[in-house]
Design a protein around this ligand. Structure first.
Ligand code: FAD
Length: 484
């Protein structure tokens, strides 16, 4: 009989195991690869079960940002001072509310070591900083601001440092062999050299528990047949988020209904449901990363207004913060207003591939074309320009570098609905990646990492936090699982 349930299967119902290993890892993306390496280094025999036909997951398709800091060699080589304390302060302020401070503490304290670990595994970083606004560097530069550290409200509270570390690409083709691939390939090569075995086209369905409630294996499905694997020491769940499970999204993070992004369809929430069926706690299930689909170069040089023609955020911050503000607080409605001079500046840097929706000779004409209430946009532009004449932005503290009066001709890009994202919530785990029961106790034999867990992000997001905490806490999951 094929098991379809996420309910745990009693060991007594397993007539014979099809395979066994010390540590069994479900999912060969970034968290699974990092767990595999550390479990093997701790002396465990490791078997990774992957649902698709090859390793990589969302991680290998990713832009590749890894959020690291506290004075990494790359930060130093690019001339930036960063401290563990500043990194902690920023992450607790920007990734909340209600961050898991113990996780952030160990993450920041271990960040330089984690960078070195990645480099030793063969992940390449080019010692060059990219200082322009953007989702990613224009070329193969290794370091960039990726969380709004150098923008209001953080820039004047916590000394800013760029922490978006990007593996260098051979021949930049994002989505093909982008930064995520350049991270995953060396990790998987390292795991293979350590003797890690992988089985592909194996979809983990649930876990097996012994009479004491300890997780001792998994039940999977392969080519329509049941495949059971005994785990002598522990099981690590590393199967990604619930971005593509419509019911879970509707129940937990309804702002994301119909707009999954930066995830793969294998992110069906199964790891979370397997944990929940065992009594695992979850956290921050409503939190979401949100991308706004337009050019940060344009946003930074313009103003972003809501359906009332009013600004609601500084335009030079991390575009993911703009996306969250727009989706969570502005009913997913926003417009980007920019004058011709600023638009031409951006075009000189390269085509954005975007065309404005409306182009007019004045703000008054523009607001009429856009259907905004008379005077709404005009007054916003007038107030912005009044202060911009002096290089200041007292309303949102945009950096002086980007503040310039908006002239004419003036255009608007319609950004309504232009957001997508993935959920940040998941299984609640300790800083050692042990899955916690709702009672607060650890579930024996069960470990988890990556986007099926709640990591360093509780609400806010910075690019690199997923590959960052997936690899960091993936390592800890591997060490913990191998320990028994
Ligand atoms: P994954 O890396 O997706 O690995 C999960 C693996 O589990 C997959 O291989 C999947 O097939 C497998 N799996 C799922 N279900 C099962 C099952 N039942 N049995 C067995 N295996 C299963 N994040 C960043 O931090 N920085 C970035 O720059 C960045 N850019 C991105 C760009 C794009 C285009 C995309 C798609 C994502 C990006 N992300 C980025 C997000 C990041 O890639 C993911 O959040 C991250 O990979 C999650 O790690 P994970 O190990 O949890 O999941």
């Amino acid at each position: 009989m094929l098991v379809d349930t996420v309910r745990p299967i009693p060991e007594s119902e397993i007539a014979a195991w099809d395979a066994d290993a010390d540590v069994v890892i479900a999912g060969y993306g970034v968290a699974g690869a990092a767990a595999a390496i550390e479990a093997a280094r701790a002396g465990a025999e490791v078997l990774v079960l992957e649902r698709s036909g090859g390793w990589g997951g969302a991680a290998s398709m990713a832009g590749g940002f890894i959020y690291l800091g506290g004075g990494t060699p790359l930060q130093k080589a690019c001339g930036f001072d960063d401290t563990v304390e500043n990194m902690k302060a920023f992450m607790k302020a920007a990734l909340g509310p209600a961050t898991d401070d113990e996780k952030i503490d160990v993450y920041c304290e271990g960040s330089v070591d984690h960078y070195n670990w990645l480099v030793e595994a063969g992940v390449p970083f080019k010692e060059e900083f990219w200082g322009e606004p953007g989702w990613e560097p224009g070329g193969d530069e290794g370091l960039m601001y990726s969380g709004g550290e150098n923008a209001a409200p953080f820039k004047d509270l916590i000394p800013p440092a760029p922490r978006g570390h990007l593996p260098q690409m051979d021949n930049k083709k994002t989505g093909e062999r982008g930064g995520g691939y350049m991270l995953m390939k060396p990790l998987v090569d390292t795991a293979e050299k350590l003797g890690v075995k992988a089985e592909y086209d194996v979809r983990v369905q649930t876990v097996v528990v012994d009479e004491d409630g300890r997780v001792v294996g998994v039940v999977a499905r392969r080519y329509g047949h049941q495949f059971t694997v005994r785990a002598r020491r522990g099981v690590v769940l590393a199967m990604g988020s619930f971005a593509f499970d419509e019911d879970m999204v509707r129940d937990n993070a309804p702002v994301l209904v119909g707009r999954p992004g930066s995830a793969i369809d294998a992110h069906d929430g199964r790891a979370i449901r397997i944990g929940q069926a065992l009594g695992a706690a979850t956290a921050h299930m409503d939190a979401a990363e949100v991308a706004v689909h337009t050019s940060p170069q344009l946003m930074t040089r313009g103003i972003i207004v809501n359906a009332h023609g009013q600004r609601f955020i500084t335009e030079d911050t991390y575009p993911g913060r703009i996306g969250q503000a727009m989706l969570f607080h502005q009913n997913n409605e926003a417009f980007l207003i920019i004058d011709q001079q600023a638009h031409d500046e951006v075009l000189k840097l390269g085509s954005t591939g975007l065309q404005p929706t409306w182009v007019c000779e004045s703000a008054a004409e523009l607001e009429a074309e856009m259907g905004l209430p008379g005077g709404a946009l005009t007054s916003t532009v007038n107030v912005y320009n009044m202060h911009a004449e002096n290089g200041s932005d007292p309303l949102f503290s945009k950096s002086e570098k980007w503040v310039r009066p908006i002239g004419t001709p003036i255009a608007a890009f319609d950004l309504r609905g232009m957001t997508s994202g993935f959920p940040l919530g998941g299984l609640k785990t300790t800083a050692d990646s042990e899955v916690l029961h709702v009672s607060g106790e650890k579930i024996p034999g069960l470990f988890a990492a990556g986007r099926c867990t709640t990591g360093v992000c509780a609400g806010g997001y910075a690019s690199g936090a997923s590959l960052g905490d997936g690899s960091f806490f993936g390592r800890r999951a591997g060490i913990s699982a191998a320990r028994r």
